[in-house]
Design a protein around this ligand. Structure first.
Ligand SMILES: Cc1cc2nc3c(=O)[nH]c(=O)nc-3n(C[C@H](O)[C@H](O)[C@H](O)COP(=O)(O)OP(=O)(O)OC[C@H]3O[C@@H](n4cnc5c(N)ncnc54)[C@H](O)[C@@H]3O)c2cc1C
Length: 389
């Protein structure tokens, strides 16, 4: 019974959940496509750091717009502002980036505090040749005739052309590290990518205290490709105990280049990577919902929040989620303006009346406005479950 239930659950997920694809060619093409309209039609200002937001105030004397201040002293005003700075940035600036007499609502501040922000880092290590792959080729070649395995097969059994895509180094006792702190590593084998994108590079993922340790060790060392530079030697001494355990390694395999991220030290990355849920969190779902809704900041004060930390639950912490969250906010703003048009301006109301009648509808009252907001909420709720796709 348990087995058949498991099979049913597996069948359900494999039917409804598409494969988790690895984008070998990077996000470049997707980004070019989704950014095309904005790049053509929008007025985009790069390299401007926003340090302060003046939300819209309620009251007849208050300016209707939202003003943002940049670190270089520029001030600009907008009808609506969507803030997509990372959660880690909000954690650091939730007080100083907003007026003290008009701060973020207490529940939103609490949600920002409650939700934690991870420390994932990446290190790319390139070799003259993918020696680990060669090892697999030679060892697998001897078995390939008997197993008749396909050269492009992605099975867990090594084939002539692929060493496994992922390798994990669990509880490595062969490297010194602080007691009770995991120094585990994961690597992605970029030589196993399709031929046009494959290269002899290992991509290590570091997290938690281990990531912090390496990032701090590199913080005052400039990146360099020189083999005897401090950058190269620091990274080599850290990673050699790991990559030297790959098949066919010998000491003549010296990396030609290292590249390490330092997001934990980057203010614009929010001093970290992306949202995570720490042990002991009590109502993380509510916290995300509060950040996603903006808790009275959007409709009322013209400041909306988007980004991976406000994404539908199924896609928190991902690029897809960040994109969906932006779409969700855009829909809410459009819905709001449609509603304002309906209920606030008589001339627009008349114009809209014509539009709606043209579509066979005669409902253009305030009730219609509420319904529109509700339908936008329904769409967002659908997005929250991931089913809006
Ligand atoms: C190591 C690692 C691996 C990952 N792997 C995956 C993966 O395999 N798949 C996946 O989907 N996701 C992955 N992610 C997560 C993904 O990268 C993020 O979820 C996504 O980039 C978040 O998008 P965002 O727009 O919310 O924030 P960001 O991409 O962080 O964008 C925020 C932007 O705001 C700008 N900014 C910050 N502060 C200011 C300011 N004060 N003024 C003006 N601009 C500012 C920043 O410069 C940045 O451009 C990974 C992340 C890391 C770190």
């Amino acid at each position: 019974m348990v087995v058949s239930l498991l099979l049913l659950v597996q069948a359900f997920f494999s039917y409804f959940q598409p494969e988790n694809a690895f984008l070998a060619g990077t996000y470049k093409k997707i980004l070019a496509d989704i950014a095309a309209t904005a790049l053509t039609k929008a007025d985009i200002h790069f390299n401007r750091e926003v340090v302060f937001f003046e939300p819209r105030q309620q009251g007849p004397q208050s300016p209707p717009q939202i003003t943002i201040h940049t670190s270089s002293g520029i001030q600009q005003s907008y009808d609506e502002v969507v803030v997509t700075t990372p959660l880690g940035w909000l954690k650091r600036h939730k007080y100083d980036a907003f007026p003290s007499d008009s701060p973020l609502p207490p529940r939103l501040l609490k949600a920002i505090d409650n939700t934690s922000y991870g420390r994932l880092e990446k290190v790319y290590i390139t070799f003259p040749t993918a020696f680990w792959q060669k090892a697999t080729i030679s060892s697998a070649s001897s078995t390939s005739s008997s197993t008749n395995s396909s050269p492009t097969s992605n099975s867990s059994v090594p084939t002539p052309s692929t060493y496994p895509s992922f390798t994990h180094f669990f509880t490595p006792e062969y490297v010194p590290h602080p007691p009770n702190q995991p120094w585990n590593q994961s690597l992605v084998n970029l030589a196993a990518l399709p031929a046009s994108t494959a290269h002899p590079t290992l991509l290590f993922y570091l997290y938690g205290p281990c990531g912090t340790h390496l990032t701090n060790a590199l913080s005052s060392i400039p990146p360099s490709t020189s083999l005897d530079s401090p950058y190269h030697t620091t990274l080599r001494s850290f990673f050699e105990p790991y990559y030297s355990r790959l098949p066919n390694y010998n000491a003549s395999y010296i990396p030609t280049a290292f590249l390490a991220t330092n997001w934990q030290l980057d203010p614009h990355a929010g001093y970290g990577s992306y949202t995570n849920f720490q042990v002991g969190l009590e109502s993380g779902d509510k916290d995300i919902e509060v950040m996603r809704s903006g808790e009275g900041m959007g409709e009322e004060r013209g400041i909306w929040f988007a980004g991976e930390h406000t994404a539908p639950f199924i896609a928190l912490g991902t690029t897809t989620g960040a994109y969906w969250s932006g779409e969700g906010i855009a829909r809410r703003i459009v819905a709001l303006y449609e509603d304002l048009r309906i209920v606030q301006k008589p001339q627009d109301r008349a114009e809209l009346q014509g539009e709606l009648q043209g579509k066979g509808s005669d409902d253009f009252s305030g009730e219609k406005a509420k319904k529109k907001v509700l339908s936008a909420e329904k769409r967002d709720a659908a997005n929250a479950s991931g089913m809006a796709l």
